[in-house]
Design a protein around this ligand. Structure first.
Ligand SMILES: NC(=O)c1ccc[n+]([C@@H]2O[C@H](COP(=O)([O-])OP(=O)(O)OC[C@H]3O[C@@H](n4cnc5c(N)ncnc54)[C@H](O)[C@@H]3O)[C@@H](O)[C@H]2O)c1
Length: 263
């Protein structure tokens, strides 16, 4: 049914932040393709909804509730996932938060909260996954960065800094762990139409800005990131490591000076 180079059948996968908008879609796409998935999140109620929304998982879908803002819980989460799955082939680091404020309003507590989930959790989830994947003969890590790693907006200074760090951690871990047959890549999506970003796209002038600035002419739908995640998680990308795939509808491709011409 699926092309073998995109094969996920039998793969043992941990998806953090898996009860979120994108995590739920990724979980469902992986289970549908035959992977065994531990879906992790802080939000136990939403985790239960995710599990119930994927009917045909034949006992291959497990949930784990934990708070990844703690490095100890990151380690425990990976160890528990590995026990449930009897090993670990793929980790998708999706958990993330934001607190949108102008720089002058950001408190040290805001700063630490965003860093602890977006940056530190990815680092320590990856660190804990490394020995398990190494022992199993290799693995793949896909990190959820953001276009804001290189193209920021007002009110997301700390978030953007953490996403630049995610892209950097991706490169560092790819370098160190290539020798252990572990590939590490990330995706950098522009604003996707999810609840997480509703404050950004929910106002008409902002949607207008995105529609007019994005060469493809619209914001992306949540399921438009799935192809890139599957590509990076499977042998389809077997010689790619340390890379970021920008999913931005062409925003970074350049500008349109002719739109300034008098009509
Ligand atoms: N939606 C977008 O436009 C967009 C664009 C680029 C990147 N991203 C990134 O994609 C990822 C998912 O985004 P989303 O739109 O699905 O957001 P979301 O808020 O729906 O999902 C994030 C999930 O992370 C979980 N989480 C938060 N804190 C946690 C913690 N301490 N421990 C464990 N889990 C925790 C939340 O409960 C939530 O389920 C995030 O990392 C986000 O930064 C999103």
């Amino acid at each position: 049914m699926f092309d073998p180079i995109f094969n996920l059948k039998g793969k043992r996968v941990l998806i953090t932040g898996g009860a979120g908008s994108l995590g739920t879609l990724i979980t469902s796409a992986f289970v549908e393709r035959g992977a065994s998935v531990v879906v992790q999140d802080l939000n136990a109620n939403r985790l239960e909804e995710v599990i119930n929304s994927i009917p045909d998982s034949s006992g291959k879908l497990f949930s784990l509730t934990s708070d990844l803002s703690s490095a100890e819980e990151c380690k425990r989460t990976v160890e528990d996932a590995s026990k449930l799955l009897d090993g670990l082939d793929i980790v998708i680091n999706t958990a993330g938060i934001n607190r949108r404020k102008l720089i002058e309003d950001v408190t040290p507590e805001d700063f630490d909260a965003i860093v602890s989930v977006n940056m530190r959790a990815i680092y320590f989830i990856s660190q804990a996954s490394h020995p398990i994947m190494k022992k199993g003969g290799g693995g793949v890590i896909v990190n959820m960065s953001s276009l804001s790693a290189r193209y920021s907006f007002n009110t997301i200074s700390v978030y953007a800094a953490t996403k630049a760090a995610v892209s950097s951690i991706t490169r560092s871990s790819a370098r160190e762990w290539a020798r252990d047959k572990i590939r590490v890549n990330c995706i950098e999506p522009s604003v996707i139409k999810t609840d997480f970003t509703k404050p950004l796209w929910g106002e008409p002038h902002r949607t207008k800005w995105f529609d007019e600035t994005t060469p493809i002419g619209r914001l992306s739908a949540p399921d438009e990131i799935i192809g890139a995640v599957i590509f990076l998680a499977t042998d389809a990308s077997s010689y790619i490591t340390g890379q970021s795939i920008v999913i931005d509808g062409g925003i970074l491709s350049g500008g349109d000076w002719d739109s300034y011409k008098d009509n």
